[in-house]
Ligand binder design. Structure first.
Ligand code: ADP
Length: 193
């Protein structure tokens, strides 16, 4: 049973690790990016609204994102823990998540920061752009996503560090090695799969 989140710059490997960790811990992986992309694909009202922000590498407004996650966390499969991938990304989202969890008498257990050098991230995303065709993986949009990350999301690292629930893990290396590092850091905090 663990309530955790993964944070890190675009291309750090959050999505890949989220799937592996969710299987290992038996908890749902909730990726706001995936949820938004599914809505864009299905042309839902949320998708239509989100698309213009995503295509520019900007964040979808907090009001929309917070409501989406609050709803998702109310589903029964989150009762025994969850892994959030790509949320929260702003201080306002941190507050919103704290409130949702506090209303349930819960709190976050651990925050895993995946670190990655920007040059490596850019290279990884160039490769991914070829295979996945994400419309926000072009060089210009990616550079904007990296700068939005530094401005809006990097401050969250200090917030969770101050709470004593942050672990930082090197996201560079083979996928399984990174998973192993995350598991080790988590088990040092008392969370084992
Ligand atoms: P990456 O981590 O590579 O940027 P994601 O799939 O997590 O990829 O996110 C893709 C896009 O979806 C973001 O650039 C943003 O527009 C939107 N998005 C995802 N999560 C959030 C969030 N928590 N708040 C606002 N926008 C978000």
């Amino acid at each position: 049973m663990v309530r955790m989140l993964l944070v890190g710059p675009p291309g750090a490997g959050k999505g890949t690790q989220a799937v592996l960790l969710s299987e290992a811990f038996g908890i749902p992986a909730i990726s706001t990016g995936d949820i938004f992309r599914a809505n864009v694909r299905d042309e839902t009202p949320l998708g239509v609204e989100a698309k213009s922000f995503m295509d520019r590498g900007e964040y979808v407004p907090d009001s929309l994102t917070n409501a989406l996650v609050a709803d998702r966390l109310s589903h029964a499969d989150c009762e025994r823990g969850f892994l959030l991938d790509g949320y929260p990304r702003t201080l306002d989202q941190v507050r919103a998540l704290d409130e949702v969890l506090a209303a349930q008498g819960n709190h976050l257990d651990i925050v895993v920061e995946l670190t990655a050098d920007p040059e490596i991230v850019i290279e990884r995303i160039r490769l991914r752009a070829n295979s996945q065709g994400r419309t926000d993986d072009t060089d210009d949009v990616l550079r904007n996503r990296l700068s939005v990350y530094t401005r809006e999301t990097a401050p969250l690292i200090d917030v969770y560090g101050g709470r004593g629930i942050l672990v930082s893990v090197d996201g560079i290396g083979a996928i399984d090695d990174v998973t192993g590092r995350i598991m080790e850091s988590m088990s040092a905090h008392g969370f084992s799969a």
